[in-house]
Design a protein around this ligand. Structure first.
Ligand code: IPD
Length: 290
C-alpha cells in the first residue's frame, strides 16, 4: 500500500510542530508534481518552448502545469500567504521582491534542460520564507523517489532519514559541484571557466556539474557532494533555486554563504554551500576572487 503524505513527511509534520500543516501540503504537492514529471518522461511527451531567443533556457508544459497546481493549492490552503513561481516571474519579466510576509517560492521543475533531454536529474522545489528568511524546504526527485524535507530548527531528512553533510574540511578531500547556467557572454564564460581552472589547480579532489542548482544543494546536505557554488558571473541562481534547498542544507549542518564568504540571501547573486565552514572559507578564497 502506498505511504500516506504524513508517513512520507515523517518525522516532520507532526501535529503541533511549527509549520506542520505547511510542510504536509508542500510534500503532497511535491509528490504530485514529481509524478507528473515521471509520467511525462516515460511517455516522452510534453511541449517545450524557450524563454530566450537563443533557445537555451527551456520551459515545458509540465513546468507550467506543475506551477499552476502548486500556486492554486497554496493560495487556496493559505490565503494570506504570497507565492512566487519561476514561470510566472519569467512571464512577468521580473521577480517580486521578498517581504516579511509568509511567501512560498516555487520551482516547478529545477533542471529543466536535463528534463527536456530525458536526463533524470531534475526535481520539484517548494520553499517557504517568513520574515524574509527561508524556514521550510521540500525537494522531490521523482525518478529515484527521493523526498528531501526540512524545517528550520527541526532537522533535514531524506525519505525520513536524518541528513548530515559529509564534513569535508579541505578542498583536497572535497567533491565540489559548480554551475554553468545560461551564461554565454565571452566575458562571463571566461570567468566561470577561470574559477573552475583555479579550483582544479588548487587541488580539489573532484568537480561535477549537475544542471540542477536545487539538487546540487540537496546533495551537499546528504553528503554526496561536499560543496556547491554559483554566481562567479551571471550564472548565479534565482530565489526559487535556493529557497527550499538552503533550509535542507543548513539543517543538515552545511555552511551557506555568498561567494565572497559573506551573508547569503535568496535574492543575492551568488551561493556557496559547503559541508563545513573551513571548506567554505577555502573555496571562497579560490572561486570568490575570480
Ligand atoms: C536552472 C538550473 C541550472 C542553473 C540555472 C537555473 P531551471 O533552473 O538550476 O542548474 O544553472 O541557474 O536557472 O531553469 O532548470 O529551473
Amino acid at each position: 500500500m502506498a505511504a500516506t503524505v504524513a508517513e512520507r513527511a515523517a518525522p516532520l509534520g507532526q501535529p503541533g510542530e511549527p509549520y506542520a500543516e505547511e510542510l504536509l501540503v508542500a510534500v503532497e504537492l511535491a509528490l504530485a508534481c514529481g509524478e507528473a514529471m515521471r509520467q511525462c518522461l516515460e511517455s516522452k511527451g510534453g511541449g517545450v518552448s524557450w524563454k530566450d531567443a537563443g533557445g537555451i533556457d527551456p520551459v515545458t508544459e509540465t513546468d507550467e502545469a506543475n506551477e499552476r497546481r502548486v500556486v492554486e493549492t497554496l493560495k487556496d490552503r493559505f490565503p494570506s500567504h504570497l507565492v512566487i513561481g519561476e514561470e510566472a516571474a519569467a512571464q512577468a519579466g521580473c521577480i517580486p521582491q521578498l517581504t516579511g510576509a509568509p511567501t512560498w517560492v516555487v520551482d516547478p521543475i529545477d533542471g529543466t534542460t536535463n528534463f527536456v533531454h530525458g536526463l533524470r536529474l531534475s526535481c520539484v522545489s517548494i520553499g517557504l520564507c517568513c520574515g524574509g528568511e527561508p524556514v521550510l524546504g521540500v525537494v522531490y526527485e521523482p525518478y529515484a523517489d527521493e523526498l528531501f524535507a526540512a524545517v528550520r530548527g527541526q532537522g533535514a531528512f531524506l525519505n525520513g532519514r536524518r541528513l548530515a553533510a559529509d564534513g569535508a574540511r579541505r578542498l583536497g578531500e572535497a567533491m565540489v559541484l559548480f554551475e554553468l547556467g545560461y551564461e554565454r557572454s565571452e566575458e562571463g564564460v571566461a570567468l566561470i571557466l577561470g574559477a573552475l581552472q583555479k579550483l582544479l589547480l588548487a587541488g580539489v579532489r573532484a568537480t561535477r556539474h549537475v544542471g540542477s542548482a536545487v539538487l546540487s544543494i540537496a546533495w551537499v546536505a546528504c553528503g554526496r557532494a561536499s560543496a556547491y557554488y554559483t554566481g562567479v558571473s551571471k550564472e548565479g541562481g534565482k530565489p526559487w533555486d535556493y529557497a527550499a534547498a538552503v533550509v535542507i542544507a543548513a539543517e543538515a549542518g552545511a555552511h551557506v554563504c555568498s561567494l565572497d564568504g559573506g551573508r547569503f540571501t535568496i535574492e543575492g547573486k551568488s551561493c556557496l554551500c559547503a559541508a563545513s565552514e573551513d571548506l567554505a572559507t577555502e573555496l571562497a578564497a579560490v572561486v570568490g576572487s575570480s
